[in-house]
Design a protein around this ligand. Structure first.
Ligand code: SF4
Ligand code: SF4
Length: 464
């Protein structure tokens, strides 16, 4: 095992090649809790596109129809401004959690950790054994046993990667369509096939080989941690005052750390937490479990490595209420309030009216006619009946949809022509035309105003 130091990245050798880590399994209370959290999160990731909420999947980005379904709310293209609040809200949420609890997101809930630790590493441990065994296997010559284990492991990795790619794509393509695609030739749906193929390749590369490098080299969040946390944020740290100087049990004057290196052996990013808080620490708590196990065996109190603030680790008190957390709380609450209000006031249907291409108006049979195109979207899963009314102030108008209700199926989007006419003899200049859509069942009403155009001069000027 390599003794990590602060001057080099643990996963890169001096010649620049990738040093593959073989972290040992850490057994303990945090590991048990993490496994439970991973199982719940994987269930959530997989089930969200399956669970129907008000007739649509709980979370679904309908690429074909350019709609987003979010827990019973349907957002169309015009509602995309809400995405700003959602993304900034999630960003502030992460800032807030980081200021209070350090990198708890990375260690407990980031999909990279959840799939890597919750599935891929478990498969690896099941086939090749714990860290030291895997290290020996990696260094061993290619025997039949090693090749069998490697083929089995990578075969399962590929299957899991295919599964995750299908889960991922089910957030964008509806499940019945995805199922029918899976039963037809890839050539018939080559775009979706290419997506699944590419995503599976990326997942396999990432989880089978790249692994912790995504957190260390690519993810910007770890680099932000020094700006987001302070001495009162909860982090995973080593109690230097209690642990130092290190020494074997029974050494006179030695602290509690027996320099057994268990905390380094279990670390998925290969660092030594005793060197202080480091960008590579993803807050996975494996070193806490490993050290607690050693302390328990030595009949010493647990917590030489523990969740604590930098203040707490140096004997001070942790302050949860501080300017940084208060500012983040206010911003987070404001964001949640605005987003909830905006979401609750979303329209159950939307309507747009545009003038049709071509001549702005037509004259025929003594009439002036304007032609429009209406786009109506029912954003609810229930069918909706709409009335359409056209008003031009005092002008007597006729239109082709004046015959009663228009039916829209749940989630249906329909594009329809609207022809509005008036007597050419009475046309005395352009005027605003109001088109009113109403659902009498819920009273929701949308009004759109467009100009009614005609010839500049009245068709038959009145004789003086
Ligand atoms: S130092 Fe500890 S908490 Fe941080 S990544 Fe390593 S094992 Fe996990
Ligand atoms: S596991 Fe605990 S006792 Fe062992 S080296 Fe790490 S801090 Fe020291």
């Amino acid at each position: 095992m390599v003794n990590p130091n602060l001057d080099s990245v643990t996963t890169i050798r001096p010649d620049g090649s990738h040093r593959i880590l073989h972290p040992s399994d850490a057994k303990g209370r945090f590991n048990t809790w993490r496994r439970a959290v991973f199982a719940i999160l994987i269930l959530i990731y997989v089930l969200l596109p399956w669970i129907p909420v008000r007739g649509a999947p709980a979370v679904f980005f309908n690429a074909a129809e350019r709609k987003v379904h979010l827990f019973g709310h349907t957002l169309v293209f015009q509602d995309l401004w809400l995405g700003f609040f959602l993304i900034t809200g999630l960003g502030f949420g992460l800032f807030y959690i980081t200021a209070l609890f350090g990198r708890v997101w990375c260690g407990w809930a980031c999909p990279q950790t959840v799939w890597l630790e919750g599935v891929y590493r478990r498969i690896e441990r099941w086939i090749e054994g714990d860290g030291p065994k895997r290290e020996r296997l990696a260094a061993a010559p290619n025997t039949a046993d090693k090749i069998f284990k490697r083929v089995l492991k990578h075969g399962l990795f590929i299957l899991v990667s295919l599964f995750i790619a299908h889960v991922f794509i089910s957030y964008f393509i509806s499940l019945p369509r995805l199922y029918s695609m899976m039963r037809t030739s890839p050539l018939e749906n080559w775009t979706a096939f290419l997506w699944v193929f590419t995503m599976s390749g990326i997942f396999y590369f990432n989880f089978a080989w790249f692994r912790e490098q995504l957190c260390i080299v690519i993810c910007p969040y770890g680099r932000l941690q020094s700006a987001l946390i302070d001495d009162n944020s909860l982090v995973i740290g080593y109690d230097t005052a209690r642990g130092e100087p290190r020494g074997k049990p029974g050494t006179a004057g030695a602290g509690d750390c027996v320099d057994c290196f268990r905390c380094v052996q279990v670390c998925p990013t290969g660092i030594d937490i005793r060197q202080g808080l480091q960008m590579e620490c993803i807050g996975c708590s494996a070193c806490i479990d490993a050290c607690d196990d050693v302390m328990t065996k030595l009949k010493r109190p647990r917590g030489l490595i523990r969740y604590d603030s930098q203040n707490g680790l140096t004997g001070g008190k942790t302050k949860f209420l501080r300017p940084r957390t208060l500012v983040y709380t206010v911003m987070l609450l404001a964001g949640i309030t605005v987003f909830s209000f905006a979401l609750s006031s979303l329209e159950p249907f939307t309507a747009t009216v545009h003038r049709m291409q071509g001549s702005p108006y037509y004259r025929q049979d003594g009439l002036v006619r304007n032609q429009f195109q209406m786009r109506l979207t029912n954003k609810s899963a229930e069918p909706a009946s709409l009335t359409i009314e056209v008003s031009g102030g005092d002008h007597a108008l006729t239109w082709n949809r004046g015959d009663g209700m228009l039916q829209l199926e749940g989630m249906e989007e329909r594009v329809l022509p609207l022809f509005v006419s008036m007597s050419a003899a009475e046309f005395a200049g352009a005027f605003p035309l109001t088109i009113i859509f109403e659902n009498p069942d819920n009273g929701h009403r949308v009004e759109k105003t467009v100009p009614f155009l005609g010839p500049d001069q009245p068709a038959n000027p009145p004789t003086p």
